[in-house]
Design a protein around this ligand. Structure first.
Ligand code: GN1
Ligand code: MG
Length: 371
């Protein structure tokens, strides 16, 4: 949805920020919320902000979501206080003029404003092992930071978000309905997904048996949700906190495998280019274990390679379901975009499955120090 200058000025005016707006433009590549960046002239200094309209179709309780975001960022601020670079190590909410962490506009939509983290950016595709390692370390640090967040269990902003069996069930319903007569076009993908029903329960069964602990996780650790420093390449700041909620560490590690081990974008149409690169996986293990090794249980560590299969499969299933349902959930830029995304995910699932033994070995070597 386009926001004109007049509207942008109105939005900025509702927040506790100073200066006159110089420019305002769409920003980022998220599939869910609408994101804008503004430049303000603050007594002669240019200051940037990020403004987001929370997608209320996807997030039914934006108030609870914002309560999570406020708690998480406040806790991060305390944990990093005094460190060099602390102000870039987490997002900072700019409160609205009424003191709330968000604005509700005249249409009932929720808006929030963050300080723009300067000197760092996100990447849609990983081009070096050090990027993979730094991204994994940043998300692991994020999990560690939240491991002692005081207070109640955070709100579940999307209930059953990574419930893979439930996601497969939703796919089956969409196939039955076939509301847009698209199932015939995706027969092979549908069969592929449904053939993996049994293993989709695996981690949730371990959790039910008490073998995997619930933690506070990010749940959307795609590679473009972490900002890497422009100069040092270090993971600076984890962004997109909408889905921070109780979860398994595998959701986070698995989505990193999904989005950073293949040299391709999430919607690559040349499937011959899609594949899990073992050195990237190795780098993820290195970065992740560097920061999370201290708190993970043995069972959690053992299941890290499977996490890549499950998350890639599950998100592929969601793209496929959305394709069959008429592209209602994910933003799309072309016809069949969600089907393309699904095919890319499933090609990656196959590639990961073919290399499972090597992946298990990488982990074993990492843990024992024997290569
Ligand atoms: C969405 O908002 P964004 O683009 O970071 C989605 C994730 C998917 C991802 C696939 C709330 O993430 O779950 O993995 O697209 N977020 C939500 O690219 O559904
Ligand atoms: Mg997001």
């Amino acid at each position: 949805v386009a926001v004109d200058r007049h509207r942008a000025e109105w939005i900025l005016d509702q927040f506790q920020l100073y200066g006159r707006i110089v420019s305002f433009a769409p920003f980022g590549s998220g599939h869910i919320n609408d994101t804008f960046a503004s430049v303000c002239d603050q007594a002669g200094t240019k200051v940037r902000y990020v403004h987001q309209r929370v997608n209320s179709g996807v997030f039914k309780r934006p108030d609870e979501l914002m309560e999570n975001v406020e708690r998480v960022t406040a806790h991060q601020r305390i944990k990093h206080a005094g460190e060099p670079g602390a102000s870039r190590s987490h997002l900072t909410l700019v409160p609205a003029k009424d003191g709330r962490p968000y604005l509700i506009d005249d249409e009932g939509e929720y808006w929030r404003t963050y300080l723009f983290v300067e000197g760092a950016k996100t990447h849609n595709v990983v081009t070096s092992v050090s990027q993979a390692e730094e991204a994994a370390a940043a998300f692991a640090r994020f999990q560690r930071d939240l491991s002692d967040m005081p207070g109640d269990r955070p709100h579940e902003t999307i209930p059953g978000f990574h419930d893979s069996p439930e996601r497969l069930q939703a796919l089956e319903s969409a196939v039955d309905r076939d509301a847009h007569n698209r199932a015939a076009q995706a027969r092979e993908e549908i069969d592929f997904a449904l053939s993996r029903k049994a293993e989709s329960r695996y981690l949730l069964d371990l959790k039910a048996d008490g073998r995997l602990p619930e933690r506070v996780t990010h749940n959307d650790t795609k590679i473009n949700n972490v900002m890497l420093d422009d100069i040092t390449g270090r993971g600076v700041c984890v962004i997109d906190l909408d889905t921070v909620m109780p979860g398994l560490v595998h959701y986070d590690f698995g989505d990193l495998v999904r989005t950073s081990t293949s040299p391709t974008a999430e919607d690559e149409t040349d499937l011959s280019k899609v594949g899990m690169r073992l050195p990237m996986f190795e780098a993820l293990v290195r970065g992740y274990m560097r920061e999370a090794g201290g708190f993970l249980t043995d069972c959690e560590i053992d299941e890290l390679p499977f996490a890549g299969v499950l998350m890639t499969l599950t998100i592929g299933v969601r793209f496929l379901t959305d394709f069959l349902s008429g592209d209602l959930y994910f933003k799309t830029a072309r016809p069949d975009h969600n089907l393309d995304r699904c095919r890319t995910q499933f090609a990656l699932v196959r590639s990961i499955e073919q290399q499972r033994e090597e992946m298990d070995r990488v982990l074993e070597c990492h843990n024992t120090g024997h290569y």
